[in-house]
Design a protein around this ligand. Structure first.
Ligand code: UD1
Ligand code: CA
Length: 481
């Protein structure tokens, strides 16, 4: 259901001093996305009249991070506090009745929780409704001071707590719903009475209640949802929770994950039924697994598209590649951008590929580099084969037909074409095209010299040991001791 009388304001102008970083706080990643992106995405399903993001510190970069999402940007310069940020956003809010306000640094919030906050606000006819949480360790957060069981009296910032208020363990999440007609006059009375000389949005609560307005608090169903990221430790904890949520989503969809806490999966990854993910795997970006794929330990996949029954053996790195049905990769393989394995193809250990099409059922089993190359079907590339695609200035193409057999340790110096059904003799340096069904040999012929080795050894021994080799060897043994 759309909420056309509601605007959402995301406060993302602050610097985040406590992170000790040159990067603005809301741009730090957790769970595979910048913090700010999680917050904007969570708000969109509410279908508000508008989502406004207040930016200030590193405004350009923060704007770029949310550009592709539906949000209007407002610049707060300088950043004089969360209350000041709201005043700066005022014009952009138009004639909306209610504003939901969120900080840009609490990315675990769920859409359902926002919906429920809004419902409480509407039915309670409140001037403000605060999303709160009860924490075992509330230090650092603003505390909720209740006037009655249902009514809030004030929010007191951590730095301004009276000694007896330190006990309060209900905290302000910084996520609120405000009725704008009553917020603006209250905010105009807020003074920057704190050591940072900032206008705190939290001080508007006391201003509202002193005028007899109703301020409600709603306790979040899961206190982890309101975790703010002020420190690196907070970021690590939030990341851990996001990763756990994602793994649970995939497991619920029929994916087996072994030692799940060791597996890292980005939010946009998908996997079909009966896939198995072994310990220490990372599935990143927009990686997509079909059904019954097995990703073995230590492998990292970034923007890889896998069809069904693909096996990735341990410690393989696959980036921007497409693997069709029944393909096998690794162990220790590196598939770079533009690799395309057609059905049943196999790339084995210590093989690197780049912009390479490996045809149906073709094999590159060991120790090869295949770059800027196209292989037909049922071709076999011997161990140690290398496509020399680079002449120091330009890259060139290697084309290998179907049913080709390339002998081990061959170099194919591009541009070059090997016809269907051809053979390449092991150890060849191929510089010219090889026609269909032909043998290409490009190596010097072998000569065997009978008895040469024994004669050579005797000559060498005589030169090294002089006339009495026994005496010398005894001396050598003595030395070793
Ligand atoms: C704030 C609340 C605190 C609450 C906590 C929850 C205030 C004064 N305090 O404290 O009660 O318990 O969040 O996490 O609001 N921002 C701006 N412009 C500014 C200042 C901040 O846009 O001028 C943004 C920041 O980028 C951030 C959010 O507002 O996303 C909150 O600011 P932050 O400095 O993190 O406030 P806290 O000290 O965490
Ligand atoms: Ca914060």
């Amino acid at each position: 259901m759309p909420n056309k009388d509601v605007v959402i304001v995301i406060l993302a102008a602050g610097r985040g001093t406590r992170l000790k970083s040159s990067l603005a706080k809301v741009l730090h990643p957790a769970g595979g996305r910048p913090l700010i992106e999680h917050v904007v995405r969570c708000c969109a399903p509410l279908k508000p009249k508008r989502i406004v993001t207040v930016v200030g510190h590193q405004a350009e970069q923060v704007t770029a991070a949310v550009e592709s999402l539906e949000t209007q940007i407002v610049l707060q310069q300088p950043q004089n506090g969360t209350g000041h940020a709201m005043l700066v956003a005022k014009r952009a809010l138009g004639n909306a009745k209610i504003a939901i306000v969120l900080p840009g640094d609490a990315p675990l919030i769920r859409t359902e929780t926002l919906k429920s906050l809004l419902a409480t606000h509407r039915t309670g006819n409140a001037a403000a409704t605060i999303l709160t949480a009860v924490l075992a360790d509330p230090s650092g957060y603003g505390r909720i001071v209740r006037k009655t069981e249902t009514q809030v009296g004030a929010i007191v910032e951590d730095s301004q707590l009276a000694p007896e208020q330190r006990e309060l363990n209900e905290i302000n999440s910084s996520i609120y719903s405000f009725t704008l007609a009553t917020l603006w006059p209250a905010l105009s009375h807020v003074k920057p009475n704190n050591k940072h000389r900032e206008i705190y949005l939290t001080d508007a609560i006391a201003a509202l209640t002193s005028k007899g307005e109703s301020v409600l608090a709603q306790i979040a169903p899961d206190s982890r949802e309101v975790l703010g990221c002020n420190t690196r430790a907070d970021l690590a904890e939030v990341d851990r929770i996001f990763r756990e949520r994602k793994r649970e989503e995939l497991m619920a969809a029929g994916v087996t994950i072994q030692l799940p806490e060791t597996v890292l999966i980005d939010p946009e990854v998908s996997a079909g039924e009966d896939c198995t993910i072994e310990p220490g795997v990372q599935l990143l970006g927009k990686t997509k697994l079909g059904e019954r794929c097995v990703i073995q330990t230590g492998s990292v996949l970034l923007n890889a598209i896998l069809d069904d029954e693909v096996t990735v053996k341990p410690h393989s790195l696959i980036e921007e590649s497409r693997l069709e049905d029944g393909t096998t990769v690794g162990p220790f393989a590196r598939l770079r951008v533009g690799t395309h394995l057609k059905a049943g193809a196999r790339v084995g250990n210590f093989v690197e590929t780049k912009k390479a099409v490996i045809g149906e059922g073709s094999k590159v089993p060991h120790l090869s580099y295949i770059g800027d190359a196209r292989l037909g079907s049922k071709t076999n590339i011997g161990a140690g084969t290398i496509t020399c695609n680079y002449d120091g200035v330009n890259k060139h193409q290697t084309t290998i037909g179907s049913r080709v057999f390339v002998g081990s340790d061959s170099v194919l110096i591009a541009p070059v074409k090997i016809g269907d059904g051809a053979y390449i003799a092991a150890g060849s340096a191929i510089t010219k095209n090889v026609p269909t069904e032909s043998l290409g040999v490009a190596r010097s012929y072998q000569i065997n010299k009978k008895g040469w080795a024994g004669k050579k050894r005797r000559e060498l021994a005589a030169a090294a040991h002089g006339k009495s080799p026994k005496k010398k060897s005894r001396k050598k043994r003595g030395k070793r001791r």
